[in-house]
Design a protein around this ligand. Structure first.
Ligand code: NAD
Length: 494
């Protein structure tokens, strides 16, 4: 990656976002716009449509019409695959430009943005494109004078609502399996990070996706998002975001057409380090990465650390050094390891969480300060709080910022209690060289993922989803296709 190419891309100004409905660009029906500014320096970036019920109605009508016309839903899976593969190719060809655009919008450092956004999205689209002509229906084992077929049918219109932290990656986790299965989609990106998704949806049309099959409507959650959630003609809603909004979507479903709602929500993921972990230096490095990459604005961030007491002091000293070695600053400068928080609210939330934790008795091991206050952007030091207890807010509530809550433990049972002490259950990690203990812990921790002697090591083949109040259903893997399909049973008397 070269700094001068990044600098040239960041110099592009006046970005005017638009909705994409029926394959065409549209302003919002009301003509209202939302100004977009960059968390890097507060500079004005452009505008996106401030859409509302009328825009969502148009997008859903377009999706429904394309679905019923069969321009996509009736194509052979191999034909859909061809278009999706082309889309992945076009995204990859523009990867750096998409990554810079996204980083200007949400502050993610450019190395991570490139890997986790266009590159990951292209990989996801390829995965489902390649899968879709290889998944079969069933003939069930009935008596011989009956033929019982089970077919996987697309559900119809899928609404997808996504957050600002990784819009292309998370958007692809919804769009790719939904489209591969033959559905039409209406995507509502976050008002805090819409720009790169708009370009990605343009590229889908350049790849040959028929008009109306993938529609994008920008706008605020309380207007555009709510309209999609309440819509009577949306069959499935796929959401990634906060638990607060997840609850609302379930209410919207109950108040409208009982659409299926899949939720990928927040977490407070535990990271459990036993004294016999293979290499404490490696564990410290990965622990720092697991909470401080993208400033902790990662759903699976390991924001709670518990270390066996006999290794605690040594480990915490190594971890402090890794945290302090991180170089926080302008995400488009390659010498920075960590970029900006996504918006002012994220910075305020981080500051408030640290303040409250200290008031409640936590001890500041490192960090705690706002950085680059004269930049116009939103930067905060990687922060480690020790001596935390179960009742503290920083242990129970997601900060979604660069804040780690740490403490020591003495026994395996205590480690399990700590792991399961919140309402969440998204991800977790266990570090030990004792194979039996690793298996025991993996079985006892209540979370969608358990990492043993690593963190965040999975790929597209493995599902990502939460249990308890971290959500339901899973993104990634072949299982994600099931969210966007109905099983049709046909019983034929021979
Ligand atoms: P958010 O819930 O505030 O917003 C997410 C999306 O929902 C946005 O597009 C927003 O416009 C929309 N929205 C807001 N109010 C709405 C409403 N009333 N009706 C319909 N839509 C509405 O979340 P965020 O701040 O964008 O993202 C941070 C959250 O996302 C964190 O809690 C984080 O843990 C979670 N997250 C989870 C995963 C995962 O895979 N589990 C991944 C990334 C982020």
């Amino acid at each position: 990656m070269e700094q001068d190419k990044i600098d040239a891309l960041r110099a592009l100004k006046a970005l005017v976002g638009h909705n994409i409905i029926d394959g065409r660009f549209h302003a919002s029906a009301s003509g209202r716009e939302i100004p977009v500014s960059s968390p890097i320096d507060g500079a004005a970036l452009g505008t996106i449509p401030d859409s509302d019920v009328e825009d969502i109605d148009r997008a859903v009508a377009s999706a429904r019409a394309s679905f019923e016309a069969g321009v996509w839903s009736s194509l052979a899976p191999a034909a859909r695959k061809k278009v999706l593969l082309k889309w992945a190719e076009l995204i990859e060809a523009e990867a750096l430009s998409l990554a810079v655009l996204g980083a200007r919008d949400n502050g993610t450092d450019i190395r991570m943005a490139l890997m986790a956004e266009p590159t990951s999205a292209a990989g996801t689209i390829r995965y489902y494109a390649e899968a879709i002509d290889k998944v079969n229906g069933e003939i069930t084992p009935t008596r011989s004078n009956v033929l019982s077929l089970v077919q996987r049918e697309p559900v119809g219109v899928v609404g997808a609502i996504i957050p600002w932290n990784f819009p292309l990656m998370i958007g692809a986790w919804k769009m790719a399996p939904a489209l591969a299965a033959g559905n039409s989609v209406v995507l509502k990106p976050s008002e805090d990070a819409s720009l790169s998704t708009i370009r990605a949806v343009e590229l889908a049309h350049e790849a040959g996706l028929p008009p109306g099959v993938l529609n994008l409507v920008t706008g605020r959650g309380a207007t555009a998002g709510k309209a999609l959630g309440l819509h009577m003609d949306v069959d499935v809603l796929a959401f990634t975001g906060s638990g607060v909004v997840g609850r609302k979507l379930m209410e919207y479903s109950a108040r409208s057409n009982l659409k299926r709602v899949y939720l990928e929500l927040g977490g407070k993921s535990p990271n459990i380090v036993f004294a016999d972990a293979p290499d404490l230096e490696v564990v410290a490095a990965q622990t720092a990465a697991s909470i401080f990459r993208n400033n902790g604005q990662v759903c699976v961030a390991a924001s709670r650390l518990a270390v066996e007491r006999t290794a605690y002091d040594e480990f915490m000293e190594k971890l402090r050094q890794h945290a302090e070695a991180l170089h926080v600053g302008d995400p488009l400068q390659l010498d920075h390891t960590t970029g900006a928080l996504a918006n002012a609210a994220q910075l305020d939330k981080t500051k408030a969480a640290v303040k409250l934790a200290l008031e409640q008795g936590a001890v500041l091991a490192t960090g705690g300060e706002v950085l680059h206050t004269d930049s116009g952007g939103f930067y905060h030091q990687p922060t480690i709080l020790t001596d935390v207890t179960r009742d503290m807010s920083v242990v129970q509530n997601e900060v979604f910022g660069p804040v780690l809550a740490a403490r020591a433990f003495d026994t395996e049972n205590e480690a399990v209690e700590i792991a399961n002490e919140t309402v969440y259950g998204l991800s977790s990690a266990v570090w030990t060289s004792n194979l039996s203990r690793a298996h025991r812990m993996a079985g006892r921790i209540k979370s969608g993922q358990v990492h043993v002697n690593c963190f965040a090591g999975s790929d597209m083949t493995s599902p990502l989803g939460g249990v308890r109040q971290s959500g339901n259903g899973a993104d990634k893997s072949l299982h994600a296709l099931e969210k966007y399909e109905n099983l049709k049973a046909t019983w034929i008397q021979l």
